[in-house]
Design a binder for this molecule. Structure first.
Ligand code: GLN
Length: 492
């Protein structure tokens, strides 16, 4: 197979080519770097490249193959790492000016796992600053363009991770998801994106946005690749006190199970109003497909969804205001010059280092946590969060998996929502409840709309039930046969 074609395939096909010695891991990585060189000026997926590391890792894979030694399932498969996850000795900027010169002094736990599986990391993927955003337009580095149509946003905040995979600049990627940041870009870029159960994957070495919501997860071209990457990154980690002390199963083992008798609930509040007609008919088609496979369809109501954006923007901004207090010009990154006093240094560093959206969140969060307003906002939001979780518990006593759109519409034009933060926040209406409840959720691409942009569907399952989630996703993928090749993949 032509290597330029190979870089646009799933890890499974690439692994076969590696094991059959049709191509070496170094050649594969080099081919991906040629693609980066050819397209990334137009896409903007990477903040920085980590070529020395990638090639050194690929060489180790090739040595093992030469010696006939076994290699891990994703060994040699090129990966894009979101730029809020630490890779020792390389920059980690979270796409913020305040960390522009920061070099990671240690590896995140997920990075260590990538290393021990010999997965070459191609570079650090662009993102919304500190993962705050839905379109990647909040990056202090540069805008990311959607590989399906360069005038559209790729979704955020893991827009660089998704764009890299959709443009052939990596085969798989890691993103982080606090309110939808893996699923939304996966949806806008025609990819699979999985936010695991809270606690399934260690957050040690991930730059914290909202610690009770953040999770790291895979963005891939296929469901099987997502399961394989989840196998690599999950598991207990004593360095993260919120990590679950659970042995993770092999997430690939039940992918092909048939769906007879599986109960799929479609979420009434998300499947009816406010969807574009094309997203609406994609949902209907998916439901019909599942019915033909023998699944049972049940309508489920999650009445508290209407409060979820309000709850999220209190909880997430409160936690962000606290987490981002550490960026003060003393310990990390940027420090303002020409200052007279210590106070002046703090104020100028933060005023110059943070972008507008980050400042907006810090102010909102500080306000919600201040003594006069704590009970009215933060405490009330936490109480509602509990009720949202109760709604899900109730739903999962009736069904195995919940289905909805990932977003009511497909990717929008760059620049069209930047002046209106509220309309930007509303793009997350379907995704943020999974973070509030800690449950696993994923995006599956199901087709294109009339403008040629991908439509994504969201599946959610109860805590720790990724196996069922992936099984239900896999069966739909098999039926839909979505073609994830983008115009940008063939630019070379
Ligand atoms: N779009 C949401 C926000 O801006 C979610 C971001 C995320 O998941 N990191 O907060």
């Amino acid at each position: 197979m032509d290597i330029r074609e190979l870089i646009t395939k799933s890890s499974k096909e690439q692994r076969e080519a590696l094991l059959n010695k049709e191509v070496s891991a170094v050649e594969l990585a080099e081919a991906v770097y040629s693609q980066v060189e050819a397209v990334d000026e137009k896409i903007g997926a990477y903040n920085s490249l980590t070529k020395d590391y990638a090639i050194e890792t690929a060489k180790k894979v090739d040595e093992k193959i030469q010696k006939g030694e076994e290699i891990a399932p994703l060994a040699g498969i090129p990966l894009a790492l979101k730029d809020n996850i630490n890779l020792k000795s390389y920059p980690t900027t979270a796409s913020s000016k305040i960390l522009a010169n920061f070099v990671s002094p240690y590896d995140a736990t997920v990075t260590q796992k990538l290393k021990s599986n010999l997965i070459p990391i191609i570079g650090k993927a662009n993102m919304d600053e500190f993962a705050m955003g839905s379109s990647n337009e909040n990056s202090a580095t540069k805008i990311v363009h959607n590989p399906w149509n360069l005038n559209k946003v790729p979704g955020g905040s893991s827009g660089g991770s998704a764009a890299a995979v959709a443009a052939g600049e990596a085969t798989v990627a890691l993103g982080s998801d606090t309110g939808g940041s893996i699923r939304l870009p996966a949806s806008y870029c025609g990819l699979v994106g999985l936010k695991p159960t809270y606690g399934r994957v260690s957050r040690y070495g991930l730059i914290a946005f909202a610690s009770s919501l953040d999770q790291i997860g895979p963005i891939t071209r296929t469901v099987e690749d997502a399961a394989l990457l989840l196998n690599v990154i999950s598991g207990h980690d004593e360095k993260d006190s919120t990590s679950l002390n659970q042995v993770a199963p092999d997430f690939t083992k039940d992918l092909r199970n048939d769906l007879k008798g599986v109960k799929i609930g479609y979420v009434k509040e998300l499947c009816s109003e406010g969807l574009t007609p094309e997203v609406s008919s994609a949902i209907q088609n998916a439901l019909n497909t599942y019915k033909e496979m023998g699944a049972e369809l049940v309508e489920i109501s999650l009445p508290l969804i209407k409060y979820s954006i309000a709850v999220y923007y209190v909880v997430a901004t409160a936690e962000a205001s606290s987490n981002l207090a550490r960026f003060d010009g003393v310990k990390y990154g940027y420090r303002a010059k020409d200052v007279d006093t210590l106070y002046d240094m703090y104020v100028k560093t933060r005023a110059q280092g943070f972008g507008d959206e980050v400042k907006r969140r810090i102010m909102l969060g500080t306000y919600a946590l201040s003594s006069g307003y704590y009970d009215a906002y933060y405490k009330k939001a936490q109480q509602l969060r509990r009720l949202v979780k109760n709604d899900f518990d109730n739903a999962f006593s009736k069904v195995d998996v919940l289905l909805s759109p990932t977003c009511p519409h497909t990717a929008f034009d760059i620049g069209s929502k930047v002046e209106d933060p509220l309309s930007m926040y509303l793009t997350d209406i379907a995704t943020i409840t999974a973070n509030l409840a800690g449950i696993p959720a994923m995006n599956i691409p199901v087709g294109l709309d009339s403008t040629g942009m991908p439509i994504g569907l969201q599946l959610q399952a109860n805590c720790l039930n990724e196996t069922k989630l992936l099984n239900v996703a896999f069966k739909l993928e098999e039926a839909v046969q979505f073609n994830y090749s983008t115009p940008s993949m063939t630019l070379v």
